[in-house]
Design a binder for this molecule. Structure first.
Ligand code: C2E
Ligand code: CA
Ligand code: CA
Ligand code: CA
Length: 276
C-alpha cells in the first residue's frame, strides 16, 4: 500500500510538472502571437426572437504554428496570471473597434451592439474607464454601439468600485452585460444596485432546457431579468426545443449554433451582406 501511495504521488508530481511546463509554453507562445499576426476575432450574432440583429459578440481566436488552435478558455486564464491580459485586451478592443468602423464604412447592415469580453483584470485597473474612452475616441466609433461583457466574479471583487465605473460607462452610452450569469457567487443581493443592461444566462443552464423537463433555475433567472427590465440573452442555444422553451419563458435574445456560429471576419461580412 505504501508503494502504491508513493507511485500515485510520483504520477501526481509528473502531472503537476507537465501542467506547469504547458503553461509556460503557452505563455511564451502567446507573447509572440501578439506581434506575429496569429490572433483574430470571430463574431457571433445575437438575434431577437423575430430574427432581428441585436448585436454580435467578438470572440478571440489564436492559431499558433506549432500548437495549432488554442482555445481562449485555455489561454485567457494563463494570460491573466502572467499579466499579458492587458496587452491582449487592448488588442481585442482596437481590433474590434476598427472592424466595426470598417463594416459601417462599407455600408454593411451591422445593427445593434458590438459586445466585447473584458477580463476582471482589465476592469480592475483604476484608469479602466478613461483608457477605454480614449480607445473608443481614437477608434472613432459611437460608444452607444459598444457593450462590455463582464463576469459576475469580476464584477463583485469590489462592488463599490464596480458601481462607480458602471455609472461612468453608462454615462458614455456604453452598455454592460453580466456574463455567465448563474455560475459565479450569486450576486442576487447586488443585482439591484448594479446598473446593468443585459443578463447573459450561461450555456450550462441553456443545456438544461434540452436535457430535462424541469428547469427551475433557468426559469427563475429569466424571470429575474425580465422583472428587472433587462435584456436577457441565452448563450449556447443549439436545439429547437431550447429556443421554443426560451421563447415561452420570455427570453428576448438568442445566441448559439442553432442560429449562427462564431464567424471569421470574412464569413461575418458575407452574413451581414446577405441580410441586406
Ligand atoms: P463566453 O464569454 O461565455 O463565450 C461563449 C462561448 O460559447 C464561446 O466560446 C462561444 O464560441 C461558445 N458558443 C456560442 N454558442 C455556442 C453553442 O451553441 N454551442 C457551444 N457548444 N458553444 C457555443 P469560445 O469562443 O471558445 O470562448 C470561451 C471563453 O473565452 C468565453 O466564454 C470568454 O470567457 C473567453 N473569451 C473569448 N474571447 C475573449 C476575449 O476577447 N477577452 C476575454 N477576456 N475573454 C474572452
Ligand atoms: Ca461573453
Ligand atoms: Ca459562458
Ligand atoms: Ca464568459
Amino acid at each position: 500500500a505504501k508503494k502504491a501511495g508513493r507511485n500515485r504521488h510520483v504520477v501526481y508530481q509528473v502531472e503537476l510538472e507537465n501542467e506547469a511546463k504547458n503553461r509556460l509554453v503557452i505563455q511564451n507562445a502567446l507573447k509572440k502571437a501578439l506581434h506575429a499576426d496569429q490572433l483574430s476575432l470571430y463574431y457571433q450574432p445575437q438575434l431577437t426572437a423575430d430574427g432581428q440583429m441585436f448585436g454580435a459578440e467578438a470572440l478571440l481566436r489564436w492559431h499558433d504554428p506549432e500548437l495549432g488552435f488554442v482555445s481562449p478558455a485555455e489561454f485567457i486564464p494563463i494570460a491573466e496570471e502572467s499579466g499579458l491580459i492587458h496587452a491582449l485586451g487592448d488588442w481585442v478592443l482596437q481590433e474590434a473597434l476598427a472592424q466595426l468602423k470598417g463594416w459601417l464604412a462599407k455600408g454593411l447592415p451591422f445593427a445593434g451592439h458590438l459586445s466585447i469580453n473584458v477580463s476582471p483584470w482589465q476592469f480592475a485597473l483604476p484608469n479602466f474607464v478613461e483608457h477605454l474612452e480614449s480607445m473608443i475616441r481614437i477608434g472613432d466609433v459611437d460608444p452607444a454601439m459598444i457593450t462590455l461583457e463582464l463576469t459576475e466574479t469580476g464584477i463583485l471583487v469590489d462592488v463599490e468600485d464596480t458601481i462607480k465605473k458602471f455609472k461612468r460607462l453608462r454615462s458614455l452610452g456604453i452598455q454592460i452585460a453580466m456574463d455567465d450569469f448563474g455560475t459565479g457567487y450569486s450576486s442576487l443581493a447586488y443585482l439591484r444596485d448594479l446598473p446593468i443592461d443585459i443578463l447573459k444566462i450561461d450555456k450550462a443552464f441553456i443545456d438544461e432546457l434540452q436535457s430535462s423537463d424541469s428547469s427551475p433555475l433557468t426559469e427563475s433567472m429569466i424571470a429575474i431579468g425580465r422583472n428587472m427590465d433587462l435584456h436577457v440573452v441565452a448563450e449556447g442555444v443549439e436545439y429547437d426545443r431550447q429556443a421554443i422553451r426560451l421563447k415561452k419563458l420570455g427570453c428576448t435574445i438568442y445566441q448559439g449554433y442553432l442560429f449562427a456560429k462564431p464567424m471569421s471576419v470574412y464569413d461575418f461580412e458575407q452574413w451581414l451582406a446577405a441580410r441586406r
